[in-house]
Design a binder for this molecule. Structure first.
Ligand SMILES: [Fe+2]
Length: 490
């Protein structure tokens, strides 16, 4: 008995001496004599060279944290997740891609009462001057004239035409300031000589009639993003504090009760810090091997009780192409995460339905890491002047109005697919979740809950240089019965 206790202490000390945290459940796991013997033998066999971090991940994977080791993701329905199509891209793919984008956004707009009598642009020449006209087009250019009016060039599949937005219409003029290249809009106005004088501009937007769905029973969904494991700025202590709360180890009775009812955690990209993402990053990494970064990340995710399902999409720091849509995390890099019994890996962007059961259709959740955000913070006046990086909600609302996650072609890198623009927001979600800018924000737009995750990394010199104000270790948590969102601080 005493010998077993000595071996147990030896194992714990080995981990602690290497600075490897051991969650309380794992210590319970070390109550079994045979387990202790086995682990002791493994470590002793190669005491000097053994990779204890790797061993701890493996052990966490088999230790029964939480109540169940069974994959229990019956209430998760992946409605859209992009799978890589390793086809070589040709120029015509781009043409087809834009055609698809136009078609899907046009069909969203066709239903609008203001756009009942839309004509194709090539038919405008048949119209009389000063006749009222409605068109739908992709914005291929936007300029300001010498007189201070806007000229938009709109294109559909048939032709293109210029549209004048006069500064004497202040509301319309203000709206036009936020129009970006390549978005699809509707215009109603008066026909001139090969030009349209705009009276109204219509965005695809989301309907006002979206129902605010509420689940019949109370549970909680948590939204995380930007863990950046591997960075020297990763906030391990805070993350462990968070998982300790989830495991019911810390917090008031009310907080513990809340933790008990957490059913799902979403992780919206940037699980690891990656390699070669920005100049000089290497000096800020504690783990310089991408496989080990994911291994370490799995170790932290394994500290989350196993009864909670974790839905994960990648971000621009993850080990894969940056071009969107990004497929789910590759298994060869992140094997330990794939092997976890409670993870579901999806693409960026993706749509996941959760909580569906008899009498309740579940919540549709749109996940998008947010790589395009930087562009809109820089280029859209109303976002830049009203908080920029501090107001993820403004960007998210802007994208919902455009019904596109990256309307301007150059705002993100993308892989064009011939049959579908995967970044069009074709179905209105119940909850729209993002990350990337390292500062949480919760809001709502026309009954769509907007949530941006925070981060688990303190401010890096790079972020300071580019003017970010990260607010790490905040956890937005949504009550499924009331649809209210709280932000917990760790
Ligand atoms: Fe990011």
């Amino acid at each position: 008995m005493e010998l077993i206790e000595t071996k147990r202490k030896y194992i714990v000390n080995c981990f602690l001496n290497k600075g490897i945290f051991i969650p309380p459940d794992f210590l319970d796991f070390l109550k079994n004599d045979q387990t202790i013997e086995n682990i002791y033998d493994i470590i002793k066999k190669d005491e000097d060279n053994i990779d204890l971090k790797k061993l701890s991940t493996k052990l966490l994977q088999i230790s029964p944290i939480g109540e169940s080791q069974q994959k229990n993701n019956n209430d998760i329905l992946v409605k859209f997740s992009y799978e890589d199509q390793p086809l070589k891209k040709k120029v015509e793919d781009f043409i087809l891609y834009f055609r698809e984008r136009f078609k899907s956004l046009e069909s969203i707009m066709r239903g609008r009462s203001e756009l009942q009598n839309v004509v194709s642009i090539n038919r405008i020449t048949n119209k009389r001057e000063r006749e009222n006209i409605s068109i739908i087009g992709l914005v291929s250019d936007k300029k300001i004239t010498r007189n201070g009016n806007f000229i938009l060039t709109l294109e559909d599949q048939t032709a293109s035409i210029n549209v004048i937005v006069n500064k004497s219409k202040p509301e319309l003029f203000e709206m036009t300031k936020d129009i970006v290249f390549d978005e699809v809009i509707g215009v109603t106005g008066v026909n001139g000589d090969n030009i349209i004088f705009a009276n109204n501009i219509i965005f695809p937007d989301i309907p006002l009639t979206k129902e605010l769905k509420k689940s019949p029973d109370e549970s909680y969904i948590i939204f995380l993003s930007d863990l950046h494991v591997g960075s020297e700025y990763f906030l391990e202590e805070k993350f462990i504090k968070f998982t300790n709360w989830l495991s019911g180890k810390v917090g008031s009775d009310v907080q513990k009760e809340m933790a008990r009812k957490v059913s799902h955690i979403f992780v919206i990209g940037d699980l690891v810090d990656g390699l070669g993402i920005y100049p000089g990053q290497e000096e800020e990494l504690t783990i310089k091997d991408i496989y080990k970064q994911y291994e370490e990340c799995a170790r932290y995710l394994l500290m989350i009780p196993n009864r909670i399902n974790i839905i994960i999409c990648p971000g621009n720091h993850d080990a894969m192409r940056i071009a969107e849509p990004q497929p789910p995390l590759y298994e060869d890099f992140s094997e330990s995460i794939h092997k976890m019994s409670n993870t579901v890996l999806v693409s960026n962007p993706s749509i996941v339905n959760i909580g569906k059961r008899e009498g309740f259709e579940g919540f549709d959740i749109l996940l998008y890491h947010g790589y395009s955000f930087d562009y809109y913070i820089r280029n859209v006046e109303s976002i830049r002047n009203n908080g920029g990086y501090d107001r993820a909600d403004l960007i998210m609302k802007f994208l919902l109005q455009k019904r596109h996650l990256a309307p301007t072609y150059s705002s993100t890198l993308l892989v064009p697919s011939r049959d579908k623009d995967n970044l069009v927001i074709s179905k209105v979600p119940d909850i729209f979740v993002t990350g990337h800018i390292h500062k949480t924000y919760v809001s709502s737009y026309r009954n769509v809950t907007l949530i941006c995750g925070s981060c688990w990394q303190s401010t890096t010199p790079f972020q300071e240089k580019v003017g970010h104000h990260p607010e790490p270790a905040r956890v937005p948590i949504l009550n499924t019965q009331t649809r209210k969102v709280k932000i917990l601080k760790f």
